[in-house]
Design a protein around this ligand. Structure first.
Ligand SMILES: [Zn+2]
Length: 409
């Protein structure tokens, strides 16, 4: 099979709209604004979804910025299920509830989408090492994809990351550093170090090439709904990468005429790290927060920075909505999803569902609409005390008694 050509044409500043060639550049040299990738929209309109070919993330290579197929690193990411959840929908009283379950990615999280394009970008621009500051998921994902591509990775991991995340990072990275404090404390210093080009920027703050991998969420949801996407998409927001990328994907699909309308976007945050929610509700600009620990470790960013501003802009332009959930509500949603639909997602992953449950309870959303919640991580990386390990010794009679009693309940 012939590899699909990338339709990426240029980088464009989201603030002043100046455009630049496809080099490794993180900001607009004219105004300092963030950059986004632009594609040949005329070709997308003319060719339609026939541009897509193959499976997994690189099925969407036409709308990703990696020109050389040799650079398209993969561990089999993408092709995650879009799960119809009729029992949970009935319990919540909504017409239709779909979950885009990203826990089936190779490292168990949505990060694999952006890690694939980030590490591909490192290869494309000739860097030999990658680095990221992580609460856990991005660290193990960047480490795994870097190893897969034969690159070194310098992973900075949050000291309170769950034990399974720690084990995973330590196993896959070439250089592992544990940091004290929250993400915001380190990311400012690290972002400045990025300028020295010692490593490829695999952080969530600025790199358009990395960011772009998550755009495939929109393409996958569109394809999985026969290009008639749900009315509403609920996406989690830490610094805003997943939210912005998904919104951009749907905007591109709409511009190319592949979908007739753009879903409404809901930004979901942990109540303990809700800077975007506060600013949106107050109608103000973003005010960074000093935050502590939240069980939604991947959402623990008190200062979403310029992507937070970008998220707010998209919310305001697109008539979006926001919501946040307390840790207890997130854990309750985690257990409810597991029991009702058999989907075991981590707290970071299930926060968006907890937010939707709240918005339905307060009638801030219309239950007659169709909803898709992006559930970003597996529950297998969750750290929690196990159920009681006290075992029962059986003989034939006591076993029969227990089985008949339990099933009669
Ligand atoms: Zn600019």
């Amino acid at each position: 099979m012939t590899a699909v050509a990338s339709l990426a044409e240029r980088l464009a500043c989201i603030d002043c709209h100046a455009t630049y060639p496809l080099t490794y550049r993180l900001e607009c040299p004219a105004c300092g604004g963030l950059l986004e990738l632009r594609y040949a929209a005329d070709v997308m309109r003319r060719e339609g979804p026939a541009l897509l070919s193959g499976t997994g993330l690189w099925r969407y290579a036409a709308v990703l910025p990696i020109a050389d197929p040799a650079h398209r690193v993969t561990l089999g990411e993408g092709q995650t299920p879009l799960l119809d959840c009729p029992r949970l929908a009935a319990a919540l009283g909504v017409r239709r509830l779909l979950l885009k379950f990203e826990g089936t990615n190779p490292t168990g999280t949505v990060k694999d989408r952006s890690s694939a394009t980030a590490v591909a970008g490192a290869l494309q621009f000739g860097l030999r090492a990658t680095s990221v500051v992580s609460s856990g998921n991005a660290g193990s994902s960047i480490a795994a994809y870097s190893a897969r591509a034969g690159l070194r990775s310098l992973i900075f991991a949050y000291e309170r990351a769950s034990a399974p995340k720690m084990l995973h990072m330590a196993a896959t990275t070439s250089d592992f550093v544990i940091y004290r404090g929250v993400y915001d404390d380190l990311i400012g210093h690290w972002d400045r170090l990025v300028e020295r080009r010692l490593f490829f920027d695999c952080g969530a703050s600025r790199n358009a090439y990395k960011h772009e991998g998550k755009k495939t969420l929109a393409y996958a949801i569109a394809e999985q709904t026969a290009f008639d996407p749900p009315d509403v998409i609920v996406a989690p927001v830490a610094v805003g990468e997943t939210f912005i990328a998904t919104a951009r994907g749907f905007a591109e699909l709409h511009e190319a005429g592949w979908i007739a309308r753009v879903p409404r976007m809901i930004a979901a945050q942990a109540a303990r790290a809700n800077a975007v929610v506060r600013a949106f509700r107050a109608g103000t600009s973003l005010e960074p927060l000093r935050i502590g620990y939240t069980v939604a470790e991947g959402l623990a960013a008190g200062d979403p920075g310029r992507k937070g501003d970008w998220t707010l802009r998209l919310l305001r332009e697109g008539k979006g909505l926001v919501g946040d959930a307390e840790d207890e509500e997130i854990l309750a949603a985690q257990g409810r999803l597991a029991r009702t639909e058999g989907i075991w997602a981590g707290p970071t992953g299930v926060a968006a569902l907890a937010v939707l449950i709240k918005l339905l309870a307060t009638r801030e959303v219309d239950a007659a609409q169709t909803f898709c919640v992006i559930v970003t991580e597996t529950g297998l990386k969750t750290e929690a005390p196990p159920p009681s390990r006290a075992g029962i010794a059986f003989d034939a009679a006591s076993l029969e008694r227990l089985v008949t009693e339990r099933l009669a309940r």
